[in-house]
Design a protein around this ligand. Structure first.
Ligand SMILES: C[S@@+](CC[C@H](N)C(=O)[O-])C[C@H]1O[C@@H](n2cnc3c(N)ncnc32)[C@H](O)[C@@H]1O
Length: 546
């Protein structure tokens, strides 16, 4: 987890987006309660679900209201909320609506991952178990929240894998796993959650888990709340064993079709299934991200009329290795005992680390390009087909200054992403974008993390680069990317590899796509700019229609 994420305001850390009343009502309308049901709200906030649920249970029963209220809170309703302020607010709401809280109730102020409700002993999967299994689990689990650092590794051990697939360390994913496993057979889970569940590759494990455990229905929830711009969905799940389909907005999607996509996507539809019947782009090209320098200002220069302005010079020096220094750079400020022991030894024997000092020049140096100490830096931009390099990175001695700076910095800067692909010919695109904006990447570039790239695998014919580049510019490719592969704004190198390769295009058309693409690049290198509305790009896109 990044430091920035950890430092978010407490509201965001706890994923606190409370559910508006009309949405709660819409969800409760889907449920038929009966008097002996056990219902859990695992993160109840100020009681958006709990309060109306308690009222409904009380209404179900006849007799004295305060007896019914007491019975409901001791037998039917279970809830957990981490935030003491919201917890109290929920209790006050209940008191205001139904009177003083009965002595016995199951509303807990605590961490759902550290709490289980106990009931009667019975045989469970792992032997004797007294944890209550629920008929219904309902709510809106925290999304994008951070875990308590002291238990996050333990949580990862408990919930981080199911059916051999990784479950992403994300609050709503672990909430779903724990909740599904607390459902009775045929029990139901009704959750509002992020629509990243539908396609995002890192949620593949969670989708597989859900399909193996029961039947999934999804409904889009376009108007969740003004508090959050995140698109949300309703997950309506029944724990009744491995399922053969998922129902999305009333439309069946067969599991076979889902599993044709490498990310087990719930965004696939039957008309796109054929596209996934052949190889993927990843069979011919490898995707790679680039590096994060950590401080671009030190090393990256803008190009103006073929000249760059260099305000710095760089000097190397040796710094003693100390345990204190290493802990300050380590993830969460922690190192294993073995690592600490090793560092102590290095400290005692006086070992040092090479570092770089960045010194401002009295007057900047103006450098004409090309220059052997500078290489084009592949910063992200929204251009398609080709764009002239507008940034250079200081790359003397194979990037010695940048790499030394990263290796002596904080833990998250140490790796040099994409290094094996530096200076290779390929294609590249803008990481954060509403559609694939790909362009040709000539040889010689150093790669930045904001623009992932693709490179031909060994032995693949050179022309395939141009064919795949043309394909990625087509509307069909973007539709597949955004509806099946990953509909978020983030287009990672793995998403590129998971794209279907356009196996349906016949050899003659394929040749046409290749020569058209080469021509477009030539023109763009001479200064012509293309957009998705350019006639040539529209014509190129049509070659890929199925
Ligand atoms: C998206 S809000 C929803 C609240 C409520 N369910 C609703 O629908 O209005 C998520 C809630 O989860 C709580 N929360 C976050 N982490 C939690 C945890 N580990 N255990 C219990 N509650 C947690 C937050 O404080 C917040 O109230």
């Amino acid at each position: 987890m990044t430091i920035a994420k950890r430092q978010r305001t407490s509201k965001r850390q706890l994923g606190q987006f409370l559910t508006p009343g009309p949405i709660v009502e819409r969800m409760l309308e889907r449920i038929k309660l009966h008097g002996d049901m056990t219902v859990l709200e695992p993160s109840f906030g100020d009681g958006a679900f709990i309060v109306p649920l308690v009222k409904r249970f009380v209404d179900l029963r006849s007799g004295d209201i305060s007896d019914q209220y007491a019975a409901t809170l001791s037998q039917n309703i279970y809830g957990v909320e981490l935030d003491a302020r919201l917890y109290r607010r929920c209790l006050h709401r209940l008191e205001a609506e139904l009177g003083g809280l009965p002595k016995e109730h199951n509303l807990i102020c605590g961490n759902f991952f550290e709490h289980d409700f106990s009931g009667d002993w019975r045989w469970g999967l792992g032997g004797m178990d007294d944890r209550i299994q629920f008929d219904l689990i309902i709510g809106n689990p925290p999304f994008g929240g951070t875990f308590d650092a002291s238990i996050e590794d333990e949580l990862d051990r408990q919930y981080g894998e199911r059916y051999g697939c990784k479950i992403k360390k994300e609050t709503y994913a672990f909430f779903i796993v724990k909740c599904v496993e607390r459902l009775k057979s045929n029990g139901r889970l009704l959750f509002i959650c992020s629509d990243t569940l539908l396609t995002i590759p890192t949620m593949r494990g969670l989708r597989t888990f859900l399909m193996n455990q029961g039947h999934v229905e999804i409904k889009q929830l376009p108007d969740f709340s003004e508090e959050t711009g995140y698109p949300m969905i309703i997950l309506d799940f029944r724990r009744n064993g491995r399922s053969k389909m998922v129902v999305r907005d009333g439309r069946k999607v067969h599991r076979e079709t889902i599993e044709r996509t490498a990310n087990a996507s719930w965004g696939i539809s039957d008309d796109l299934a054929e596209a996934f019947a052949g190889p993927t782009v990843g069979d011919f090209m490898v995707g790679s991200s680039g590096m994060t320098i950590g401080k671009n200002e030190y090393f990256v220069r803008s190009v103006k009329n073929g000249v760059i302005e260099e305000p710095y010079k760089f000097e190397y020096y040796e710094e003693p290795i100390t345990l204190k220094g290493e802990l300050a750079r380590a993830r969460l400020g922690k190192l294993s005992l073995r690592q600490q022991e090793q560092i102590r030894k290095q400290e005692q024997s006086g070992e040092t680390r090479r570092c770089v000092r960045v010194i401002r020049r009295k007057r900047p140096r103006f450098i004409e390009l090309p220059h052997p100490d500078y290489k084009p830096y592949n910063k992200s931009n929204a251009k398609i087909v080709y764009s002239e390099p507008d940034r250079m990175v200081y790359w003397r001695n194979e990037g010695e200054a940048v790499i030394t700076f990263k290796k002596s910095g904080n833990w998250y800067l140490r790796g040099v992403g994409g290094q094996p692909y530096f200076e290779r010919e390929g294609l590249t695109w803008q990481l954060i974008s509403s559609r694939l904006k790909t362009r040709y990447l000539p040889e010689g570039y150093i790669l930045d993390s904001g623009s992932p790239c693709g490179f031909l695998r060994p032995g693949v014919a050179h022309d395939k680069l141009f064919f795949i580049l043309a394909w990625t510019l087509s509307p069909l490719c973007s539709r597949i990317l955004k509806s099946v592969i990953n509909h978020t704004m983030n287009i990672q190198s793995k998403d590129f590899e998971r794209l279907p390769y356009p196996h349906w295009v016949n050899p003659k058309i394929k040749q046409k796509a290749i020569s058209n693409m080469k021509e477009l690049i030539e023109k763009a290198r001479k200064g012509h700019e293309y957009s998705f509305n350019s006639e040539e790009i529209l014509e190129l896109g049509e070659l890929f229609n199925m």
